[in-house]
Write a protein that binds this ligand. Structure first.
Ligand code: AMP
Length: 216
């Protein structure tokens, strides 16, 4: 199954992605993760992408398109894929339609996770993360047993620098401006399942499965 998942920061996209790839045995193809890995390994692609990423800008389309096309041709994508972070703009979506047709792997369904701004605010500003092992907590929904100390490894649990209301507003604005047109593009093709992701993750995943069931 060929799936695209979309949703703003704090929508639970990471959690849902993990569950989808487990349930459907397909690879999670996150362009952000791929680019970070290339930067870490100092590849030619990483060197090209680094300055854009550090400036918070989008990496040029031709670089991203070629990277995704190459990745989708790898053997683990035979059963399908879960795309995350791409296509991120209307231009990328249009280019990807041509690529996907060429390689015979069109997007079959789009999961769009929606969360009202006030819920996102609560999720993001209450989020805490272990500086040692990366475990994620929430001061209300999932607090550490001892304040400021990770339950898993005993490391210091802190707030991420970008988990503020100001940063959330910037990220939301970017999401609205560049990503909403992508949802509309696939909406016109009748592929979008919009899911209210402000609810409990079990309920949200059940709805995701229902949406994917219609495609399988
Ligand atoms: P993310 O982890 O998805 O927020 O991506 C981190 C950074 O990688 C972004 O700020 C961009 O610089 C770059 N990036 C990821 N996906 C794309 C994309 N589809 N098009 C252009 N740049 C991207």
């Amino acid at each position: 199954m060929n799936i695209l998942i979309m949703g703003p920061a704090g929508s639970g996209k990471g959690t849902m992605s993990e569950r989808i790839i487990d349930a459907y045995d397909i690879p999670h193809i996150s362009t952000g993760d791929m680019l970070r890995e290339n930067v870490r390994n100092n590849t030619e692609l990483g060197q090209e992408a680094k300055s854009y990423m550090e400036a918070g800008k989008l990496v040029p389309d031709e670089v991203i398109n070629a990277m995704v096309e190459k990745r989708l041709l790898e053997p683990d994508c035979q059963k399908g894929y879960l795309l995350d972070g791409f296509p991120r703009t209307l231009v990328q979506a249009q280019a990807f339609s041509e690529i996907a047709e060429k390689i015979g792997k069109p997007i079959e369904t789009v999961i769009a996770l929606e969360v009202p701004m006030e819920v996102l605010e609560k999720r993001i500003t209450g989020r805490r993360v272990c500086s040692e092992c990366g475990a994620i907590y929430h001061i209300e929904g999932h607090p550490t047993k001892v304040e400021g100390v990770c339950d898993v490894c005993g490391g210091a649990v802190v707030q991420r620098k970008d988990d503020t209301i100001e940063q959330l507003k910037v990220r939301m604005e970017e999401y609205e401006n560049s990503t909403k047109p992508v949802i509309d593009y696939y909406g016109e093709k009748g592929l979008v399942h919009t899911i209210d992701a402000s609810r409990n993750r079990e309920i949200v995943f059940a709805e995701v499965q229902e949406a994917l069931g219609e495609v399988a």
